[in-house]
Design a protein around this ligand. Sequence first.
Ligand code: ADP
Ligand code: MG
Length: 185
Amino acid sequence: MPLETIFIGFGSNVGDRQDFCDRAIALMNLLPLSQVTGVSSYYETEPVDPGGTLGANWFYNGVVRLETSLSPNRLLDILQETERGLGRTESNREGPRTMDFDILLFGQEVIKQPGLTVPHPRLHQRRFVLEPLVELNPAYKHPTLQKTMQELLSELHDTSRVNKVAIKPGEKYLSRPACSLPPSS
Ligand code: ADP
Ligand code: MG
């Protein structure tokens, strides 16, 4: 696969949401054939279906930018496995979730398969996705709508509340312990 610039959205609205997001970012840094090149701020965001299946808890959301040679399907498999690793189960698949990953953009690729639609079909309708995308790449063009992230945000009607959180994302799990020396003989 050629190297592509891609954007992955993440969100958590149960338990220690900040900690789940920090873990998610640490795991994005371990993806094979990939390099994280940007992480947005965290945003605390109102659930978009109050009274619906998501529950009343506000989310922590953000977006990670990567360069990757993974295929979209391989990436989706890994992200779903990582969601499970972070405690997401079938019982919280529909409702409150410890971690949700969405492939928002995969270069300029347009994918319509039964289990994978890219660009993400609701990307342009969601403030909690567009605000972090604009923070990372305001001039990035949506491959089918042919508008930049900044243009999509300025045309948006979503009135749900999205508040930037004043903490640095993702650093907690990024430092690596120093290697211990081999035992001396
Ligand atoms: P949502 O994120 O819409 O709240 P889920 O995370 O439960 O819901 O995802 C439901 C299904 O969406 C997944 O099984 C996955 O196959 C499918 N899907 C389709 N397109 C995408 C995409 N771009 N990113 C992530 N999942 C996707
Ligand atoms: Mg999802």
